[in-house]
Write a new protein. Structure first.
Length: 318
């Protein structure tokens, strides 16, 4: 059981800053085992791309990294709910991904009911593209699309064209416009940017779904920056996809009676509730800020499906 004093301190830090940095949190042998499994998958399936999504569906033992009595109580504290895993991402290199908030892509109701868990799998420096966050930016009110449409005529016009014209292939462009507005708001409010440029394997960063974050520029392109990200939701929370966040009225996203939410189904792996997908693309190459997990396909990107009988069997949930 977590020490009550430590729990109180962590809870206060998370509420105030929107993130937690847990140094030396995961032991070296766990990191080594995790890296071995990921590297084996890359070699066996000839995966050369940086980002691998959903590898835990093919290799459930990867979840041993986060399904621990040490981490889960912290996640439960942050979520005020039982943690359930939605997805995982594995990276070989730094992403240089621009500033964004996760709730734009998978919006939780209540808003605090989703967190990101980022784990350093090797040393991170200022040369290999460290993760960055904007401290306390989770306190910035989430701007819903209909609210942005009232003050941004270009966004309003593009949004209405999709809603009334039915051309959802333009969703990615709408998402980029929303992201640009977020960056403007972050800069105008003067939130402090913090880059985690000195991390060791096993260090963990946890962030709130509304905390702005991204990947710093990679200064040395031959340096890897192996890392893993796990997104957790409160098990009882509602979940809305990228389309719903950008197109639905705010009331639909904040009401417990909404029927527009993504219908969640779980399987359990060693006691951990894990999102169950009827169909799912495991290995993908993404274009920044345009991925849509929920529609099974991804706009503006190349999709690679690994032709492996083991993976096919795992993907075809009944």
């Amino acid at each position: 059981m977590m020490d009550p004093m430590i729990k109180t301190s962590l809870k206060e830090d998370y509420a105030e800053n929107g993130y937690l940095l847990l140094k030396n949190f995961i032991p070296k042998y766990s990191i080594d085992e995790y890296n071995f499994i990921v590297e084996r998958a890359r070699l066996n399936l000839q995966l050369t791309k940086n980002r691998i999504g959903g590898l835990h569906l093919a290799e459930p033992s990867l979840l041993d990294l986060v399904n621990t009595k040490k981490l889960l109580p912290i996640l439960q504290m942050c979520l005020d709910d039982e943690p359930s895993l939605f997805n995982s991402l594995n990276f070989e290199y730094g992403t240089s991904q621009g500033t964004h908030v996760d709730c734009q892509f998978f919006y939780p109701c209540p808003e605090h009911s989703m967190i990101g868990v980022w784990i350093a799998l090797e040393e991170v420096t200022d040369k290999n593209g460290p993760l960055f966050i904007y401290k306390k930016s989770h306190k910035l009110k989430v701007l819903h699309s209909e609210e942005l449409a009232k003050v941004n005529s270009e966004f309003n016009e593009a949004r209405n064209a999709i809603i009334h014209g039915g051309n959802k292939s333009k969703i990615a462009e709408l998402g980029v416009m929303y992201g640009d507005t977020l960056i403007d708001r972050i800069e105008s409010e003067g939130f402090e940017r913090k880059a985690f440029a000195s991390l060791n394997p096993g260090d963990v960063v946890i962030w709130h779904s509304s905390l702005a974050h991204g990947g710093s520029a990679v200064m040395n392109p031959i340096m890897t920056r192996k890392s893993a990200v796990f997104h957790f939701f409160g098990k009882s929370a509602k979940l809305f996809d990228h389309n719903a966040f950008l197109l639905e009225p705010k009331l639909e996203l904040t009401s417990t009676d909404s029927v527009k939410d993504y219908k969640r189904e779980f399987m359990h792996i060693n006691g951990l509730a894990v999102q169950k997908f009827k169909t799912f693309v495991i290995f993908c190459t993404y274009i920044q800020n345009t991925y849509l997990w929920f529609n099974v396909f991804i706009y503006s990107c190349k999709i690679t499906i690994a032709h492996n009988s083991k993976l096919k069997k795992i993907c075809q949930f009944q």
